[in-house]
Design a protein around this ligand. Structure first.
Ligand SMILES: Nc1nc2c(c(=O)[nH]1)N[C@H]1C(S)=C(S)[C@@H](COP(=O)(O)O)O[C@H]1N2
Ligand SMILES: [Mo]
Length: 318
């Protein structure tokens, strides 16, 4: 069991990132007294200096966090990215995503729902208390990170729209605007970027819509202003800069499945036992670490999500 329950310390203050990182370290160190200044010696201040200077968010810490692992530094989380709408190199998103305009931003919720509509991003999020969820993100390419996301349960948004009995899947669609996204002028994928979940996966409490990370609003390169985070699936399922959430009857075809169906399936659960056709999925490199580590079933969330897949052949349904 990799997820340890921690007591909820309640609403966080709106804290500068330096204190924020120190407090996290403190919580992780549990009983070890932490004197002022020690954090700097441990190199935590350099993390803090790398903050984006973006708006701070008020949030409460969630018990559904992987609190037993070190956070990937902010600088890596925000410069080593996949966001093909801004190019295919790892540093393309951080170099070019400044042209994305995350406000004003409208999200359409439609399809098999009673209460759909078009919502300004801030109105959509306002009714909910933001939560911090520290999750492992594991890319199908074989690297991983640990990121303190800020968001709300996806299930809250889906339930509020009141899905009709026809709704069996949720389809997510990214903005497709060549003015803001230079990468969509090239056919590296079929635009717009699309992803999908089964309805019960979307309603699982671990699935969130993120609006921030490290206590701040999402940097553009991480999918501002709204992106999905599904921690037990490969990173590509966690679609960025969402403009539409559609409840549908038929299983959606995601962009990666469309581009290469033999390599990327609908489920895309992190599974060390099922290799990608061109490489093993048994191990991964945590960004910032030298040695590879074993990839865990469902990315370490097997206790929480395993029951969603009882009776499903995970080799056929990759
Ligand atoms: N719209 C969109 N969403 C996307 C992608 C993309 O290219 N476009 N890349 C995916 C992949 S492959 C990964 S691994 C994660 C990376 O998220 P991060 O850059 O915030 O770590 O975003 C996913 N979401
Ligand atoms: Mo990925």
């Amino acid at each position: 069991m990799l997820i340890r329950r921690v007591p909820d310390p309640g609403w966080s203050d709106v804290t500068p990132n330096a204190q924020y990182v120190r407090r996290r370290e403190f919580i992780r160190a549990a009983a070890v007294p932490l004197v002022a200044g020690v954090a700097g010696c441990l190199g935590l201040a350099s993390d803090a200096e790398a903050q984006g200077g973006l708006a701070k968010l008020a949030f409460k810490r969630s018990a559904l966090s992987a609190t037993d692992e070190s956070l990937t530094p902010y600088g890596d989380v925000t410069t080593y990215n996949n966001f093909f709408e801004f190019g295919t190199d790892k540093d393309s998103p951080s170099r070019f995503a400044s042209s994305l305009r995350p406000r004003p931003w409208t999200v359409t919720i439609d399809g098999a729902v009673k209460k759909g509509g078009q919502f300004a991003i801030d109105d959509l999020i306002k009714p909910y208390q933001l939560e911090e969820r520290v999750y492992r993100l594991r890319c199908v390419e074989g690297w991983s990170m640990v990121i303190p996301w800020i968001g709300i349960p996806l299930g809250d948004i889906v339930r509020k729209a009141e899905p009709t009995p026809q709704a069996r899947f949720v389809e997510f669609i990214t903005l497709n605007d060549p003015e803001q996204m230079p990468g969509v002028r090239r056919r590296s994928l079929d635009w717009p970027y699309v992803e999908g979940l089964r309805l019960d996966e979307a309603l699982h409490p671990l699935a969130i819509l993120a609006v921030g990370l490290y206590g701040e609003v999402l940097p553009n390169q991480n999918g501002a202003p709204l992106r999905l985070v599904v921690p037990w699936k490969y990173g590509f399922k966690s679609i960025k800069s969402i403009v539409r959430i559609r409840l549908v009857e038929k299983q959606p075809v995601g962009s990666w499945e469309r581009s290469q169906p033999s390599e990327y399936g609908f489920y895309s659960n992190v599974n060390p036992e099922v290799d990608h056709p061109r490489w093993t999925q048994a191990r991964e490199r945590r960004i910032g670490e030298f040695f590879k580590r074993k990839t865990l079933m469902f990315n370490g969330y097997a206790d929480q999500v395993g029951s969603l897949y009882t009776g499903l052949d995970l080799r056929k349904n990759y």
